[in-house]
Design a protein around this ligand. Sequence first.
Ligand SMILES: Nc1ncnc2c1ncn2[C@@H]1O[C@H](COP(=O)(O)OP(=O)(O)OP(=O)(O)O)[C@@H](O)[C@H]1O
Ligand SMILES: [Mg+2]
Length: 778
Amino acid sequence: MSAKSTATGANAVGTDDAYNPYLAHRYPNSQAAKPVNGNDPLHGLIPRRVTATQAVNIMDGEINPFTKKPLSPNYKKILEGRKKLPVFAQIQDFYDLYSKNQIIVMIGETGSGKTTQIPQFCVYSDLPHTKGKMIACTQPRRVAAMSVAQRVAAEMDVELGKQVGYTIRFEDMTEAGTTFLKYMTDGMLLREAMNDPTLSRYSTVILDEAHERTLATDILMGLLKEIARNRADLKIIVMSATLDALKFQKYFGSPEKPAPLLKVPGRTFAVETFYTQEPEPDYVEAAIRTALMIHHAEEPGDILLFLTGEEEIEDACRRIRAEAEDLERQHPDTVGPLNCVPLYASLPPREQQKIFQQAPGPKTPDGPPGRKCVVSTNIAETSLTIDGIVYVVDPGFVKSKIYNPRIRVESLLVAPISKASAQQRAGRAGRTRPGKCFRLYTEKDFMKELEEQTYPEILRSNLANTVLELMKLGVKDLVHFDYMDAPAPETIMRALELLNYLAALDDEGNLTEMGRIMAEFPLDPQMSKMLIISPEFKCSNEMLTLSAMLSVPNVWLRPNNQRKEADIAKAALAVPGGDHLSLVNVYNNYIENKYDSQWAWNNFLAVRALQQAENVRNQVQRLMERFDLDLVSTSDERKFWQNIQKALVCGYFMQVAHKEGEKNNYLTVKDNQVVALHPSCGLDATPEWVLFNEFVLTTRPFIRTVTEVKVDWLLEYAGEYFDIKTFVDGETKRALQRAVAKKTGVPYLETRPSTGKRSRDGSETPSEARRKKDRKGK
Ligand SMILES: Nc1ncnc2c1ncn2[C@@H]1O[C@H](COP(=O)(O)OP(=O)(O)OP(=O)(O)O)[C@@H](O)[C@H]1O
Ligand SMILES: [Mg+2]
């Protein structure tokens, strides 16, 4: 390292006595910094003026500049590989743009080294640790954030969770004061922005996989644009392999002066693509057949197969395992063992990690090698490098969310993927060696039928949570927020309406104290509301349990060959009032049985989900404590379940259905959708009013996780929403009228003038009633 420092000393910059090498640019007549320590490999660097030669020299050194320990042989081995990545060839181009611009758009082939290298390049130039700042790199998916952080920690020869870490919902693998490179889900960065609106902890923010256009990334883009105006020191990089670059450049710059683009050509290993000659009538069948064909006939190398959802994946795994065993038996000399591993979002992180395990070895010393087959949803579509994957099987479908604001229903539908997705999927092969991608659709369909890009999530989601987050971020004018693609005004209106009914926003659209607390919970607004209100109903312990149980995968197991036994076990744990109550009961029994896996197993309960619930419950409990929300249960046994039902009404009163006619049909309140109780529903009767957690569309519209509620509670705790005047004529309205008449003793007359007395409107909760009374009294 050069020692020709010509620094003029501390006085040059005023009050600081200690000479700070990283403020060298502020010292007149100085090009480089004075050594703090002669061994510091970073000595002499001027932040954000670093050259490729300087950075590579340090990487090639013997001492780790961040830990000051000798660099390991593994580091050096990985570094050799890194230097071959296309991104590495353009490190100086990157630094030129990074030094001179605040916002850069970057595009480079899958596997070219964007996610792993660019943040590291930033580290060497930005030197965030010297200013107590961090570099954030966002990922749309948790599994990507975790695995990339792990890889980069290895590349930088540091321990994961120290200098390099990750943050995902319910898990923070960083160390305050030590971590300076943080991979995180886009949702987590958005959450941080709520409490730190200028993202002051970060010196560079990298939005990765921006083509996915997740809700959180879209909102972050709007926010970052605004923050950038006020923070000249903040650098922003937006990247992906499959971006519509010009659209992003214009958005971050202007149509006349688009933001600069760094384009990295080339890839490390080729991926050969194959199409089917004819369209496949059944994509699951075709996918399973293709995986088995590869296992039977192709060279060694692991398989990654994309399907759409948990059930489909588990089912496919079972079939692939069974048929692969047959193949192995029939061809012991050519077909080795196959390890089939599922991957989907609701799988606990520990299970997800299994996709990174090595393929099984040969059964006998001379036998054919084994193979791994990962069957995944699109969570493995971007970012991931699974070492060993050579073959990708892409049937071309994804389960995608759509929201209908008119009936307030968000549903998941299987739909064709976009070209960008297909390219990302293919890009999971060819990372550590050449690969092959089998597309189970025709080339003509790829060219003609698939959309170029994935439709932005913001245009197809319920925005209640997002609007609450934006309000917390201080964005008042939701309609004119700088969206890359603005959501439908009706969707925003629906969200505002819900938040107003939940008392998170007042009638002027301002965030209330309740709304402020709700925004702190990483849960749906309805669920946060129910939790925050629950101490007033003396059931906060139970609601905490319920929120955890509703946040984890289904706990009820129902194996095909033991359905009857499973149903009997479920009935024994069910509470007659409804599924929500049964979930609380299951958890309480799990605790009474001392978290015993065997007990769970005997009762056909998913141990993993129960364990996850325990974890989520602990985390949400900490939030409750932070806001001084009492953790209480009633001592009055008769009221135990009823209190829970009442607190549920306070959160989920917009998800209520009324029984109509004789056929056990229900009509959702106000939205008037005809629905049936889902077959999994544990109610033994069909009560007049029910509250549901989910609307699902399969063979017909169903409501799932359903609990009985009383009309009096609806009137009392959600009086505004259940104001009869707002209902169209029909059975639901008549039922409400009857209930009001019964309650007040006055027959309801539609045209009755307002008396100013609003007793039948009821007040939302005991405390809100009290507050209203207090206000009147003043
Ligand atoms: N866990 C890993 N094990 C082995 N090699 C890895 C690993 N992670 C990354 N690599 C290597 O680094 C390369 C670059 O990975 P990186 O994730 O940075 O690419 P990328 O440009 O972000 O790709 P994508 O657009 O698909 O996200 C990979 O192609 C692979 O060769
Ligand atoms: Mg990447």
